[in-house]
Design a protein around this ligand. Sequence first.
Ligand code: DX5
Ligand code: ZN
Length: 222
Amino acid sequence: MPAFQIAPSILAADFAALGASVALVEHDADMLHVDVMDGHFVPNLSLGPPVVAALRSCTELYLDCHLMMTNPGEYLDAFKRAGANSCTVHVEVGDTAALVEHARALGLKIGLALNPDATYDMVAPWIDQVDLLLCMTVFPGFGGQSFIASVMDTVAAARAEIDRRGLPTVIQVDGGIDVSTVPIAAAAGATNFVAGTAVFGASDPAGAVRAIRQAAASAVAA
Ligand code: DX5
Ligand code: ZN
């Protein structure tokens, strides 16, 4: 895996031509981010396991499923069967211990997400239990929102703890990530960047992935 991972969010892709959209980024992306919205945890609906299965049939990319759901535990098996590689659940829904155990039993990688108004304390007990910490840089529910820079306090706190303990936990940021915001997140300590609009809204999605990766790298090198 490269030092920085770029995860295009298919939420911003052309749903009528999903396979073609995925093909555009397949060689440059490190994984695909799949936003699952249930209409309860967030005020929007998106997609579910059948779409994950459709993606699985057209790409070998790692499928990183972000479950914006009140009851993710009822669907982990279905996402695993559909071909998901990882599922990220929100700390706000509770039951974190059971969800982590359930995902592990299924052989899924497990991520834990927190909303912009949550504090690092809420996820601190799980930092060594999960594969990925997802710091939301927008309130979840919609693509195309503006990056919330105050979340960098959480990213920096997580980075300090992960480094202090030598943990393999990945820090992902999601929401409003583009070439202008990714340096801020990279400097704070994130290494995995979800981008929807900035990738699939671009005239050259593959070039956009490369540009975001370059912008992250130059922020850390600077
Ligand atoms: C927001 C989703 C994000 C979204 C990002 O609820 O979790 O993954 O697709 O979209 P952009 O990059 O457009 O902010
Ligand atoms: Zn997401």
